[in-house]
Write a protein of this length. Structure first.
Length: 222
C-alpha cells in the first residue's frame, strides 16, 4: 500500500492548487489515471524518496503563477514521499523523471506540441509517454519519447509495448487500458481492485481448504 503521509493538508505557499480545469475529459480517462497512479504508488511504496502524483499543478518559474503544467501522471525520484498541495520545482530541486499523458480530443494538441516542448526544453523530462485510450487522436495511439542530447527520440514499440528505463517497467496497452508490467516476472502490476479480488479469492480458498480438512477429520473420527 502507498505510504504517502496522511492528515489534514496545510497551506505552505501562495501558489494556486487548481487551474479550474476538470481532472479528466471522460470517466475512462479518470479511471485509467487512477489505476496508473495507484499501481505506481504500490510499486514504489517501500521507497521513501519516490514521489508519484498526477493532476497536480507543477510550477516551474519562481514568482510566476502562470508558469505551470499539470501532468496526468508523473514520477519524481529523489524527493520525499509526502502530500503536496502543488509542486514547486525550485524548492524541490528535481523535476519529473517520467510523465504519462492520457490524450483526449481536448488535450491532443497541447500534449503533442506545447507539453512536448515544455517537457523537453524546460523540465527536461527523461521519458515522456502519450496514450490515447480511444485510438482516435494519436497514430499510433501509444507513443514514448526518451531525452537524448536535449532532443526527444521516439522509442521503438516492441510487440506494441515500450520499456521505461527510468521506472524499470514495461508499459503495455490493453484495448483501452495502459498496464504496467514487471520485466523480471513478466506479470502485470495489479490494480487495487485486482489486488483486492485476489486477496479475497485467497481467503475463500483457505476457508474451503480448512473446511475440507475439518470434514475429513470428522469422517476419520478425529
Amino acid at each position: 500500500m502507498s505510504r504517502i503521509a496522511t492528515g489534514s493538508p496545510v497551506r505552505t505557499n501562495a501558489y494556486p492548487t487548481s487551474d479550474g480545469r476538470p481532472m479528466a475529459e471522460t470517466d475512462l480517462h479518470r479511471l485509467l489515471m487512477i489505476d496508473l497512479l495507484q499501481a505506481l504508488e504500490d510499486w514504489f511504496a517501500d521507497d521513501p524518496d519516490v514521489y508519484v502524483s498526477g493532476n497536480l499543478l507543477l510550477f516551474y518559474e519562481e514568482g510566476n503563477k502562470r508558469r505551470h503544467v499539470s501532468p496526468d501522471v508523473f514520477i519524481v525520484f529523489g524527493v520525499p514521499k509526502q502530500v503536496r498541495e502543488n509542486y514547486l520545482l525550485w524548492e524541490e530541486g528535481r523535476g519529473p523523471s517520467v510523465v504519462i499523458e492520457l490524450t483526449s480530443s481536448s488535450t491532443r494538441r497541447e500534449d503533442t506540441h506545447k507539453k512536448h516542448a515544455l517537457y523537453r526544453d524546460v523540465l527536461r523530462v527523461p521519458e515522456y509517454f502519450q496514450f490515447d485510450p480511444y485510438g482516435d487522436y494519436l497514430t499510433p495511439p501509444f507513443q514514448g519519447y526518451r531525452l537524448v542530447g536535449g532532443q526527444y527520440r521516439p522509442m521503438r514499440l516492441k510487440d506494441g509495448r515500450l520499456r521505461s528505463r527510468q521506472l524499470n517497467l514495461i508499459l503495455e496497452p490493453d484495448v483501452k487500458q495502459l498496464r504496467l508490467v514487471d520485466p523480471e516476472t513478466g506479470l502485470r502490476l495489479p490494480t487495487r481492485a485486482e489486488a483486492r479480488a485476489a486477496a479475497e479469492a485467497e481467503v475463500e480458498r483457505l476457508r474451503a481448504e480448512l473446511s475440507g480438512r475439518s470434514r475429513g477429520n470428522e469422517r476419520n473420527g478425529q
